[in-house]
Design a protein around this ligand. Structure first.
Ligand SMILES: [Zn+2]
Length: 62
């Protein structure tokens, strides 16, 4: 019986996710052979990108 998904914990929100084999990070996590693999979930990845964009915008002078 081969595993069809891998359980990994998000480094940022701490939630555990069941990643399917077609998840973009699946191969990397499976190759790590870690008993507690970690990754950045879609929600946190989006938030990080969004915050990075916000910081690049010039601030309005008050
Ligand atoms: Zn997360």
């Amino acid at each position: 019986m081969k595993p069809e998904s891998i359980i990994a914990r998000c480094l940022m929100c701490g939630k555990s996710y069941d990643l399917p084999t077609d998840h973009k990070d699946y191969a990397k996590l499976a190759a790590s052979q870690s008993s507690a693999p970690t990754f950045i979930c879609d929600h946190c990845g989006y938030r990080v990108r969004h915050e990075a964009d916000e910081q690049q915008k010039p601030k309005k002078p008050i």
